[in-house]
Design a protein around this ligand. Structure first.
Ligand code: B12
Length: 216
């Protein structure tokens, strides 16, 4: 994208200027942009460019960390608004990034968007072991329960299958809908491990969860 078409927020994220990201987010809100538009048109594509720069060897881990901090500053302004937008209660979501994986920007976007769409969200954070997911699911038995797992590393994707297998072993599999996502995850992978749903974006995840809730 040429510099002239990039917003101040987009550039703040790509350049890792975390001290201006919150202010730039507020400026977009003041101009009338909705929180979802800001996510889809600024935060997510900017992180995509950061990923490309990393892939091309232009950026290294310190630049990634600065960019993530800037994206998180933007999210700190958007999260309360996404939550406020809440409508009728849709079900309970237990969400986390799988064991061995510390990436949480996408997971946090999905959590905030589901919360904004009316789901009660229990965020277990990062590096969540199968046992922790299953324990939390057991606590909320009897409700419309969604277990959402995020993975950004190919090496941690097998933890999703391990969690689904543990749900089966513990006799909980039929009571919980499992959704998986994260950059390396595909719908083929989701089907191959027996997950109930997959999406490559936070908004689409809401649509998938709503459909599953409607057909519970
Ligand atoms: C930011 C980042 C980091 C940050 C993370 C900060 C944070 N708090 O999250 C830091 C610097 C810490 C980091 C560390 C590492 N990283 Co990193 N990182 C990235 C980067 C650039 C962006 C990820 C991101 O935030 N994307 C933006 C979000 C919005 O997108 P997303 O996560 O995909 O989420 C969206 C969808 O996937 C979906 N989604 C996500 N979760 C879920 C869940 C459900 C249920 C559903 C339905 C949907 C869904 O919705 C989201 C919103 O639209 C990617 C590159 C890339 N292109 O992805 C590399 C990348 C993921 N990292 C990589 C690597 C290798 C590492 C390190 C091993 C580097 C190192 N040598 O130390 C460590 C691993 C640490 C660990 N154990 O986890 C590799 C992974 C390669 C692979 N094939 O496994 C990537 C792909 C970079 C690369 N090309 O090499 N990283």
């Amino acid at each position: 994208m040429p510099d002239s078409e990039r917003s101040e927020l987009y550039l703040a994220i790509v350049d890792g200027d975390f001290d201006v990201a919150a202010e730039a987010t507020q400026a977009l809100l003041d101009e009338g942009a909705t929180p979802t538009e800001i996510l889809d048109e600024h935060v997510v594509p900017a992180m995509g460019e950061v990923g490309d720069l990393f892939d091309e060897g232009e950026y290294f881990v310190p630049e990634l960390l600065m960019a993530s901090k800037a994206a998180q500053e933007a999210m700190s302004v958007l999260n309360p608004l996404l939550k406020q937008a809440g409508v009728e209660r849709q079900g309970v979501v237990v969400i986390g990034t799988v064991k061995g994986d510390m990436h949480d920007i996408g997971k946090n976007l999905v959590a905030a968007t589901l919360e904004g769409a009316g789901f009660e969200v229990l965020d277990l954070g990062v590096n969540v072991a199968p046992e922790q997911f299953v324990e939390k699911a057991r606590e909320r038995r009897g409700e419309k329960l969604f277990l959402c797992m995020s993975a950004l590393l190919t090496t941690t994707m097998p933890q999703m299958q391990a969690t689904i297998e543990l749900l089966k072993k513990e006799g909980l599999r039929d009571e919980v809908k499992t959704l998986v996502g994260g950059a390396p995850v595909t719908s083929e992978f989701a089907s191959s491990i027996g997950a109930d749903g997959y999406s490559d974006s936070a908004n689409e995840c809401v649509a998938v969860a709503r459909e599953l809730a409607a057909n519970w």
